[in-house]
Design a protein around this ligand. Structure first.
Ligand code: FAD
Ligand code: NAP
Length: 314
């Protein structure tokens, strides 16, 4: 099998943009390894209103739909594989996949993003997928006309609470403080939505239910008082963990330098401490965690990868 000019790991906004710019910029042999459908975590979002030039009410799925075809037009190949490890020996990277196959490459752009974190209350794991969810667009419809709880106080929790309030009869927003880390206009919309009840200074204690699924969530406030909220659905949006597993080597070390939060250290060109390896999007240090910045990272990394491969091979 020939050596790829560039292997792109992850097919979110960062990986897809890297695919567009590497192929359109002259690299001929580029494969994007994406374990699922390309598009990334924004495809779970019910609404995106801050991608420049895209106006009107559109979902994350609507936004990302045309991106893969645009890249494929310029020659990007998509391999639907779960990548388990990326290693480097000499000038050659090897990409190992879960199905036992491997592929060599001259350069690698990684953009594996992040995944929803568990909040850590009793019963959360047992009821996950049976009333506990991290995706309102996926599961919100199951609770049409019913009451649900949303846990969290960031942009995701507030936006998804607003989305659920359109489908559900009532949304209880459980947040551990009394201020939110969210855009001011989102907080304003939240406060003006009549069927959202704020349950502040409170944390989930235990989700309970029966064989059919969740029947309620017990929350505890700062004074230790508990309250049972009888709902069939609990949505948790408490942040994300970086997907950095593919950079872990056989001896347990990371392929490149990372910070203590497990984010990849890059310079402003998305270069990591390993030449030919570029990291993009939500997984890098100081990521703004936005679609537009992830796409920008992908473009920057692609231009760098083109120069790197050019120098390496000529
Ligand atoms: P991701 O989008 O996470 O994509 C990473 C991709 O890598 C995924 O497709 C994943 O399947 C793949 N992958 C991971 N590991 C592997 C592996 N081992 N092998 C192969 N493939 C792998 N941003 C905004 O700008 N505006 C918004 O309104 C907004 N709303 C949001 C709403 C929600 C509910 C969420 C969760 C996020 C929102 N964001 C928003 C943030 C935005 O989605 C992210 O910043 C952006 O998607 C990051 O892009 P990325 O390419 O770095 O990673
Ligand atoms: P986040 O900003 O990290 O917020 C997580 C929220 O969950 C915080 O309010 C936090 O409380 C709470 N929390 C954390 N652990 C908890 C626990 N164990 N139990 C209860 N509550 C817990 O995560 P996010 O909202 O998913 O956003 C991630 C990034 O994506 C952010 O940078 C965000 O701006 C971005 N994003 C942007 C948009 C947009 O631009 N429209 C939309 C979605 C996401 P504290 O506040 O007390 O820490």
């Amino acid at each position: 099998m020939s050596i790829l000019d560039c292997a792109i790991i992850g097919g979110g906004p960062a990986g897809l943009t890297a695919g567009l710019y590497t192929t359109r910029g002259g690299l001929e042999n580029v494969t994007m390894f994406e374990k699922g459908m390309p598009g990334g975590q924004i495809t779970n979002s019910s609404e995106i209103e801050n991608y420049p030039g895209v106006t009107g009410e559109i979902t994350g799925m609507d936004l990302m739909m045309p991106w893969p075809a645009q890249c494929q037009k310029f020659g990007l190949k998509h391999d639907m594989l779960n990548i388990t490890r990326v290693s480097k020996s000499g000038d050659i990277f090897t990409i190992y996949a879960e199905d036992g196959t491997s592929q060599d490459a001259h350069s690698v752009i990684i953009g594996t993003g992040s995944s929803p974190r568990r909040a850590g209350f009793t019963g959360e794991d047992d009821f996950f997928g049976r009333g506990v969810s991290t995706c309102a667009t996926c599961d919100g419809f199951f609770y049409k006309g019913k009451e649900v709880v949303v846990v969290g106080g960031g942009d995701t929790a507030l936006e998804e609470a607003l989305y659920l309030a359109k489908i559900c009869s009532k949304v209880y927003l459980v947040h551990r403080r009394d201020t939110f880390r969210s855009a001011p206009n989102t907080i304003e919309r939240l406060k003006n939505t009549r069927n959202i009840e704020l349950v502040l200074n409170s944390v989930p204690d235990e989700v309970y239910g029966d064989a059919a699924g969740v029947t309620g969530l017990r929350v505890k406030n700062r004074d230790g008082e508990t309250r049972n909220i009888e709902v069939p659905g609990v949505f948790t949006f408490v942040g994300n963990d970086v997907n950095n597993q593919t950079l872990i080597q056989e001896d347990g070390s990371f392929l490149c330098d990372m910070n203590e939060q497990g984010q990849v250290i890059v310079d402003i060109s998305m270069k990591t401490s390993v030449s030919g390896l570029f990291a993009t999007g939500d997984m890098r240090i100081a990521a703004p965690k936005q679609v537009v910045s992830a796409a920008g990272d992908g473009a920057v990394a692609a231009l760098q990868a083109i120069s790197y491969v050019d120098e390496l091979l000529n």
